[in-house]
Design a binder for this molecule. Structure first.
Ligand SMILES: Cc1ncc(COP(=O)(O)O)c(C=O)c1O
Length: 450
């Protein structure tokens, strides 16, 4: 069975589909032209242009699982804003709670009782008792690293190859031919000095890296879900990771920003993991900006200020004016209390399984040796006979032109799978009809490819 499809066929289809995409979206094109006069790359987040090789879609509105662009095309959305809208668009309890809170004041720089409910609910879900809030997962991860440095008196942070934890200096470092290099431009020259990267699923490399007791924190997603598609841990990986971090006095944080979609409490709860810290963001407040991190009392001790203390010992560098604001808290309370329920996760898992079954059937019928991900609400494909175990294996099978073709082909048929490598994810609002639409379009593409 083949793993590769003819690159010339991919290129020809891509050219045809790109032309159809542009021709059907004159209003998006006009807005993009106007945007270029006032914003770099014509969009409010200039980096978006490196994600897409077709012109950007401008959006008019969204509801439930459907996104509508300014040219009147409606899409069943399987990326749901990189999972930050896992609740679906505009869930009624969140609309109601946010509307009420914005009228009462969206920001006081003082707490509301919603923060106690939200922290308590995250504690119940993730099993860590104490929580703090930011505006995004990036800033939750930034603070977690600073807290770990303060708690351990060590400087370095260890990541696994293929990771993504947001956009800040410490994490924008990658391995290139065995050497650490800055991932992008504009970072300090010595940005690699405090970073260690080892392959995912390699406990021996981890053991060697932690042996000198210089690492403050290991931070990882429980399964890597970003630049590498999906890397699942080997059976003994998390137990080994916990054992070696404990033995070497290294703190352990799980970043559940993406993996929270597998169920209440993410993979930490599903797999019974035992970290010192957990970070989340994206959909916990239904797309209203909010990041959060949970920790053990031992870790939290570095943040606690004893009553009556008035010395000027420096505090850990945490904070931001809008962090923990009442609007985000009201949204999170409504999202977790009424939308991200056990039943909702069960629904997304059922649809994710249907999607994976359907992808598997299409691929088998075409005689392709591709592997289907099965990750609760999320599915997708590796263009290889088995799921990769490391970033190196994943990169070897990543067919970028084919992935780009998949996106534009699906978009032209009313399916939005914005970050194809991330794998389509069924949101709480997704329906069987959405899954049928995805599978029909994907089946047509594979039919044209082989
Ligand atoms: C695992 C993980 N951590 C952190 C982030 C950063 O999230 P944000 O861009 O919302 O700060 C992302 C974003 O994709 C992510 O996937």
């Amino acid at each position: 069975m083949a793993t590769r499809v003819d690159p010339a066929r991919v290129a020809a289809l891509k050219e045809r589909e790109d032309a159809a995409f542009v021709a059907a979206r004159p209003r998006s094109a006009a807005l993009w032209a106007a945007g270029r006069g006032v914003m770099p790359n014509g969009v409010p987040m200039s980096w978006l242009r490196t994600s897409y090789d077709h012109p950007p879609l401008f959006i008019e509105s969204a509801a439930g699982s459907r996104l509508r662009d300014v040219d009147g095309h409606e899409y069943a959305d399987f990326n749901i804003a990189d999972m930050s809208m896992f609740t679906g668009y505009g869930p009624a309890p969140v609309v109601e709670a946010v509307s009420r809170q914005v009228a009462l004041g969206s920001q006081y720089l003082l707490p509301t009782d919603d923060s106690i409910w939200v922290a308590g609910e995250l504690a119940r879900r993730y099993g860590l008792p104490l929580w703090q809030f930011t505006l995004a997962a990036t800033s939750a991860n930034t603070e977690v690293i600073r807290i770990a440095r303060s708690a351990t008196g060590r400087e370095k942070v260890l990541f696994f190859d293929g990771k993504y934890h947001g956009h800040f200096d410490d994490v924008l470092v990658q391995l290139e031919d065995g050497r650490l290099v800055p991932e992008e431009d504009g970072l300090p020259r010595d940005v690699t000095a405090r970073t260690v990267i080892v392959p995912f699923n390699d406990l021996d490399a981890l053991e060697r890296a932690l042996a000198s007791h210089e690492v403050a924190l290991v931070i990882t997603e429980p399964a890597l879900t970003n630049n590498v598609g999906l890397l699942m841990p080997d059976d003994r990986f998390h137990a080994g990771l916990r054992e070696v971090t404990r033995r070497t006095g290294t703190l352990l944080a799980y970043d559940e920003t993406h993996t929270q979609v597998v169920g209440p409490g993410g993979l930490t709860s599903r797999w019974g993991l035992d970290p010192d810290l957990v970070t989340v963001g994206k959909s916990i407040a239904a797309g209203i900006p909010l990041g959060a991190y949970g920790m053990t009392p031992d870790v939290a001790a570095v943040l606690e200020r004893p009553a009556g203390r008035d010395d000027d010992k420096p505090q850990v560098a945490v904070g931001g004016t809008l962090f923990g604001n009442p609007l985000s808290m009201a949204a999170a309370r409504a999202a977790m209390g009424e939308v991200l329920t056990d039943e909702a996760y069960a629904h997304t898992r059922r649809l994710g399984t249907r999607l994976a079954d359907g992808l598997e059937e299409v691929v088998a019928a075409a005689g392709l040796a591709w592997t289907t991900h099965r990750f609760w609400p999320r599915s997708g494909l590796s263009f290889s006979p088995a799921l990769p175990r490391t970033a190196t294996e994943a990169m070897a099978t990543l067919d970028v032109p084919l992935r780009r073709l998949v996106r534009v082909y699906l978009a032209n048929r009313g399916v939005w799978d914005a970050i194809v490598g991330a794998g389509p994810t069924c949101s709480v609002a997704a329906t069987d009809e959405d899954v049928d639409r995805y599978l029909a379009a994907f089946g047509d593409l594979v039919g044209e490819l082989v």
